[in-house]
Design a protein around this ligand. Structure first.
Ligand SMILES: CC(C)[C@H](C(=O)O)[C@@H](O)C(=O)O
Ligand code: SF4
Length: 472
């Protein structure tokens, strides 16, 4: 009998091509996702050494970070740096013959939304991308993490990656979530509890009833932010919900290949008695709708709370809190629900999927953005956009006064025209809130799509449960 193994151990073992004396391994990579920001030098490296992409059929490229989200972007991008990167991806994808979804393709979108949507991401795979939020794909029980540009070149050339194994960490969410509480509240609450370094050196497996009860969309939201908690990757064991989501997707296996894959996928779980180096348990019932108040994703509080004081912290965190409060323009003791906002951003690879848009639309139905608040909804892919239009969600957003945009990273980060003005305060469904993330001087409060929609309606941070009570 072999020793009990974790899900991470199993996927790792199945991908080791070579192990050195010091434990460093060469891992086989099943899927390599590529975007325009971290790939130009990697392709250039191949060109200079006359090499090809080793497995173009396993390489998927899509522009997302730099692309504007307004019409006309197919023919013109104002910002020169952005234009150069998007054009380079265009040329590289074609020259090297990799799978490619340009902005003219309805399937274009944020790389971490496109991969799962097209069935490129499958259970048990190793998935890498020159992007930290590659952790998203772990929701399928795939070992997925970000890599640097030199590693992008290595994977392009060899379809392998040099890695040292991380340690195993278990995050269990027991019981069920209460009404108004979502996957985003889970993932933010975990980071609130463990800190942004709590997962450093680990691969996290999320488990427990509340995780099992999440849809694939919700599981992707949870794993997406594993990196914000410091972890190398996040994983969720595949189950019927996973198989149901994957089945029939364009690049999912079909027929006999599907049956064979399914039989393998069903072995992908942590064995009874397998060892975890660190365990965190949170009761699902204890998780409230949360928001961030500061400039780190760990600055999380239930929406019923008040802005903390630097005195509430110890050590280096006192000065950090002081600085955060200054940057965020907040006063200790102020009720979170009294914080007025200027903008709402619904989108990103954390919360730009159809279910996220449904959750926001549910709150916004028949309502309007508060006077003076601007709102933007940016679907995670062209297909999410299309589906939202077909379901009537787009109209709800438009009627509420939101801008209905084309797919891309958009206001998640200040790399394209969608940015906050200095001092502007935003209720955002994205995953990072550091200084300037959404534009220089912009102030970001992270939260779930339903909470962001609620904030849009009242013009201040809002407990979504109040608006839900109104609709029942
Ligand atoms: C630009 C890219 C390298 C970056 C990342 O790695 O995550 C971006 O996607 C982000 O979210 O900050
Ligand atoms: S949506 Fe945001 S977090 Fe996701 S890949 Fe784009 S910039 Fe990074």
């Amino acid at each position: 009998m072999t020793a009990p193994r974790t899900l991470y151990d199993k996927i790792w073992d199945d991908h080791v091509v070579h192990q050195s004396e010091d434990g460093t391994c060469l891992l086989y990579i099943d899927r390599h996702l590529v975007h325009e920001v971290t790939s130009p030098q990697a392709f250039e490296g191949l060109r200079m050494t006359g090499r090809k992409v080793r497995a173009p059929e396993k390489t998927i490229a899509v522009p997302d970070h730099n692309v504007p989200t307004t019409l006309g972007r197919e023919t013109h991008i104002d910002n020169e740096e952005s234009r150069i990167q998007v054009e380079a991806l265009d040329r590289n994808a074609r020259d090297f013959g990799v799978n490619y979804y340009p902005v003219t393709d309805i399937r274009q979108g944020i790389v971490h939304i496109v991969g799962p949507e097209q069935g490129w991401t499958l259970p048990g795979m190793t998935v890498v991308c020159g992007d930290s939020h590659t952790a998203t794909h772990g929701a399928f029980g795939a070992l997925a993490h970000g890599i640097g540009t030199s590693e992008v070149e290595h994977v392009l050339a060899t379809q392998t990656l040099i890695q040292k194994k991380s340690r195993n960490m278990k995050v269990e969410i027991t019981g069920s979530l209460r009404p108004g509480v979502t996957a985003k509240d889970i993932t933010l609450s975990v980071i609130g509890a463990t800190g942004t370094a709590g997962g450093t050196g680990y691969v996290i497996e999320y488990c427990g009833q509340a995780i099992r009860e999440l849809s694939m969309e919700g599981r992707m939201t949870v794993c997406n932010m594993a990196i914000e908690g410091g972890a190398r990757a996040g994983l969720i064991a595949p189950d019927e919900i996973t198989f149901e989501y994957v089945k029939g997707r364009p690049h999912a296996p079909k027929g006999a290949a599907w049956e064979a894959a399914l039989a393998y996928w069903k072995t992908l779980y942590t064995d009874e008695g397998a060892h975890f180096d660190k365990v965190v348990t949170i009761r699902g019932e204890d998780i409230a709708p949360v928001v961030t108040w500061g400039t780190s994703p760990e600055d999380v509080l239930p929406i019923t709370g008040v802005v903390p004081s630097p005195d509430d912290f110890t050590g280096g965190k006192v000065a950090a809190a002081q600085r955060s409060l200054e940057y965020m323009g907040l006063t200790p003791g102020e009720k979170l629900t009294d914080i007025r906002i200027d903008a709402v951003f619904i989108g990103s690879c954390t919360n730009g999927r159809i279910e996220d848009l449904r959750a926001a639309a549910e709150i916004l139905k028949g309502k309007k953005l508060a006077p003076g608040v601007r709102g933007m909804v940016v679907p995670g892919s062209g297909l999410v956009r299309l589906q939202a239009e077909e379901e009537g969600l787009a109209q709800i957003f438009i009627d509420a006064g939101f801008e209905w945009r084309l797919a891309g990273c958009s206001m998640c980060l200040g790399m394209n025209p969608d940015q906050l003005a200095p001092g502007e305060r935003c209720a955002a469904t994205s995953n990072r809130n550091f200084e300037g993330r959404q534009g220089r001087g912009g102030r970001t409060h992270l939260m779930s799509p339903a909470m962001a929609a609620a904030a849009g309606v009242t013009g201040r941070l809002t407990d979504v449960r109040e608006l839900m009570a109104e609709t029942v």
